[in-house]
Design a protein around this ligand. Structure first.
Ligand code: NAD
Ligand code: UGA
Length: 464
């Protein structure tokens, strides 16, 4: 059996690497239109792979050249494959109808058209990208009206639930694998083929099957529910700060109720990542187009609360630092949207940094997995050419935390990297301007220890 994956991104790369690892007899080819990304996947240096995920480079090096291949030859991989994953990006539309909400399906459509044009034998096409409900119907229309004679396509929905930073672990031991299909004999047969593939390492009772539209919607629903929990606890964190309650204690008390559960109740500076916001906005758009404005408004609030949380944190920094940070140096620890990833898409750190820069601060940024180029790109205003030189006057990206914090007025923690827990805070304090502030946006640090050293400490969801 041969598997092809169109899209060598955060999902396609790890997902199909794990398939290659678990199924040495299956040839897996991951293709992409971006030659630089493919070259990076073919690098022999772990740090040059396009994605940092714990454990991923070992699997890539084990399988690559054996039964795992990364290539720009999309057509060849399509021609040879029995199963084709479509794992391309589905970003929020920036213009046209649904701008700012709807998913841009142009990449899904171009990959689908390519499959129809190139394939000379029947294929199972797996919708791996997160898409609006009923996208598989559009894919089927494109495939069926453009295919050659005697070539049939069976489309399955197989949304991905991995989280970045734990992608390999999530793929090796998923809570569930979801496969949606049409309830036709051919659809059910294709569903069985894919279920058998996953059952090589996932217990059968965790491979669940259902209809196509339920499967597509389940993905948006799962992300919306997860993000909703974070916005709920973040909304409570504002009440905690105003009342003297402690958000960690409140979350702990609530999480002990087995109906609520303890996971995903960590208050923070705000959720980031490429998907939560995008997928909720997608759900909002779906509700609006279905003439369900109250439903749309309900989910929109999850995103609004997240924006409020990021802004509230930035405003608290300014307020605590005597209402002005003009010319003050602030060390910003963490740029990735969560620990154990180099991904910065929609990271809360970007919003906080932009607010601090608007107030006239000078930023020293440190993140163990994010490059200077990435930080500068994230801060640049699109289309403004000279921006990088200008940014360079107010933003420095450091490779050493102590250097980042030297002569700073404040340290702001935006990402929960483990290494931030064990810093030599006395050394940091000695080299900072006084009063020395620490703003913990992740409830990560030992507040008592920091206060003993002399820091003024402010933490999300707590009044100290
Ligand atoms: P990504 O941007 O990292 O990767 C997508 C890749 O597809 C890019 O490298 C792009 O060049 C390539 N591509 C686009 N059109 C192509 C075409 N026609 N032919 C060949 N290659 C093409 O995106 P991602 O983070 O991997 O996300 C992919 C999908 O998975 C999205 O729908 C996303 O919502 C969903 N998802 C992402 C995550 C995550 O953790 N990032 C988790 C679950 C689901
Ligand atoms: C999320 C989901 O967890 C995955 O199941 C899903 O597949 C994926 O989106 C997707 O569709 O892309 P991911 O965004 O990679 O995964 O990471 P999460 O662990 O969900 O964290 C998202 C954001 O929420 C991060 O900024 C994180 O710091 C924040 N978060 C998470 C909190 O602030 N508090 C929490 O309790 C948990």
């Amino acid at each position: 059996m041969k598997v092809c994956c169109i899209g060598a991104g955060y999902v396609g790369g790890p997902t199909c690497t794990v398939i290659a690892h678990k199924c040495p007899d299956i040839q897996v080819t991951i293709v992409d239109v971006n030659p630089e990304r493919i070259a990076a996947w073919n690098s022999d240096v772990a740090s040059e792979l396009p994605i940092y995920e714990p454990g991923l480079s070992d699997l890539v090096f084990e399988c690559r050249g054996r039964n795992l291949f990364f290539s720009t030859d999309v057509d060849k991989a399509i021609l040879e494959a029995d199963i084709i994953y479509v794992s391309v990006n589905t970003p929020t539309k920036h213009s046209g109808v649904g701008k700012g909400f709807a998913a841009d399906l142009c990449y899904v459509e171009s990959a689908t058209r390519r499959i129809a044009e190139v394939a000379t034998s029947s294929k199972i096409v797996v919708e791996k990208s997160t898409v609006p409900c009923r996208t598989a119907e559009s894919m089927r229309a494109i495939l069926e009206t453009n295919s050659r004679e005697n070539v049939r396509f069976d489309i399955l929905s197989n949304p991905e639930f991995l989280a970045e930073g734990t992608a390999v672990r999530d793929l090796l031991d998923p809570d569930r694998v979801l496969i949606g299909s049409l309830s036709t004999p051919e659809g059910l047969k294709a569903q069985r083929v894919l279920a058998d593939l996953y059952a090589r390492w996932v217990p059968r009772d965790r491979v669940i099957t259902m209809g196509l539209w339920s499967s597509e919607l389940s993905k948006l629903a799962a992300n919306a529910l997860l993000a909703q929990r974070i916005s709920s606890v973040n909304a409570l964190s504002a009440i905690c700060e105003a009342t003297g309650a402690d958000v960690d204690e409140v979350a702990y008390a609530c999480g002990l109720d087995s109906r609520i559960g303890p996971k995903f109740l960590k208050a923070s500076v705000g959720f980031g990542g490429s998907c939560f916001q995008k997928d909720i906005l997608n759900l909002v758009y779906l509700a609006e187009t279905l003439h369900l404005p109250q439903v749309a408004e309900y989910w929109r609030q999850v995103v609004s609360m997240n924006e409020y949380q990021k802004q509230r944190f930035a405003e608290r920094i300014v307020r605590c630092m005597f209402n002005t940070i003009t010319g003050k140096r602030i060390a910003l620890l963490g740029w990735a949207f969560k620990k154990d990833t180099g991904d910065t898409r929609e990271s809360a750190a970007i919003t906080v940094a932009k607010s601090l820069l608007q107030e006239g601060a000078k930023l020293h940024v440190y993140d163990p997995k994010v490059s200077r180029t990435r930080v500068m790109l994230d801060l640049a205003e699109p289309g403004v050419q000279s921006n990088e030189a200008k940014l360079g006057e107010t933003v420095a990206v450091c490779t050493d935390i102590y250097e980042a914090a030297a002569n700073a007025d404040a340290v702001v923690v935006c990402t929960e990297w483990d290494e931030f827990r064990t810093l030599d805070w006395q050394r940091i304090y000695n080299n900072m301007h006084k009063p020395a502030f620490v703003f913990d946006g992740r409830l990560l640090l030992d507040v008592a220890q920091l206060r003993e050293i002399g820091f003024r400490v402010e933490v999300i969801g707590k009044t100290l």
